[in-house]
Design a protein around this ligand. Structure first.
Ligand SMILES: [Zn+2]
Length: 269
């Protein structure tokens, strides 16, 4: 991976730290087998559309975007998202995963409800992750946010209100066991019905944000996060999900990621 000399914080100009692009707390998660034993000690991070991958205990970082003080401002959102999403997985997903997978297959547009998570905060968290990657010299190339890059910065650091065109939703990708869900996919841009959007995957949750006046078609209104005091998650089984397809490709192509994984597994036993 390219190394850069430390630069200045792009918000205030102070010396930059090694800022995590995916929040540090999520990088510490260990995937567990059905007996709750760790099966690996790092998440697999996909870097871009070309499916470069990067296995890492500490996630991906950039030392040219944020100082400690400005990073701490985003840390409040990171902490909120990590605690709420982990609580949600412990209470709703882990005990019911097989039942949820079956239900989703029989009921289209199945939505899970969790009332004590604030949708607006989760949206800000998603935007903060997308923004961190968008300003990174290492990873920003796959994100085409146009004027929204600066606009999101002002929302996150200057407290400006979110514009009406920005919104998002979250899909819970339910795996058969915990091992499958503990990988990351770095944010990339895409268009849905011509609307500009970006998505990323983080430990069982797929975050999608739109940066466009046009609405998302086909997404239930309740699932949108903007101005929501509670969250309705969409639900998708791991099998057939875009995330599963990436891992399957690694396996089928005897990708170096799999060699790394099996080496790590052998040394553990
Ligand atoms: Zn700063």
């Amino acid at each position: 991976m390219a190394k850069y000399d430390g630069g200045a914080c792009i918000i205030c100009g102070d010396p930059a730290i090694e800022a995590h692009l995916f929040p540090k707390a999520f990088c510490k998660l260990l995937p567990l087998d059905d007996n709750d034993n760790p099966i690996s000690d790092f998440p697999v991070v996909e870097l871009d559309k070309k499916s470069k991958f990067y296995p890492s205990k500490t996630g991906v970082r950039d030392n040219s975007i944020l100082c400690q003080k400005c990073d701490n401002l985003l840390g409040v959102l990171d902490k909120y998202a990590f605690e709420k999403l982990e609580e949600f997985k412990s209470e709703y997903i882990y005990p019911n995963r097989r039942e949820l997978i079956r239900q989703e297959l029989s009921v289209p547009e199945y939505i899970l409800h969790k009332s004590n998570i604030c949708g607006e905060k989760l949206l800000l968290f998603a935007l903060s992750v997308i923004w961190r990657f968008s300003v990174s010299r290492c990873y920003g190339n796959d994100l085409h946010l146009g004027p929204y890059k600066d606009l999101i910065k002002r929302v996150l650091f200057n407290g400006e209100p979110l514009p009406p065109s920005v919104d998002g939703h979250v899909t819970v990708v339910v795996t058969e066991n915990r091992g499958g869900e503990n990988n990351f996919r770095t944010p990339v841009s895409f268009r849905i019905n011509n609307a500009r959007a970006a998505w990323f995957y983080l430990c069982g949750f797929r975050f999608v944000a739109k940066f466009d006046q046009r609405p998302f078609y086909g997404i239930p209104r309740e699932a949108m996060l903007k101005n929501a005091n509670e969250v309705f998650f969409l639900l998708q089984p791991w099998k057939g999900s875009p995330e599963e397809k990436i891992i399957s490709r690694f396996i089928n192509e005897d990708h170096p990621a799999m060699k790394f994984l099996s080496r790590k597994l052998k040394t553990k036993r």
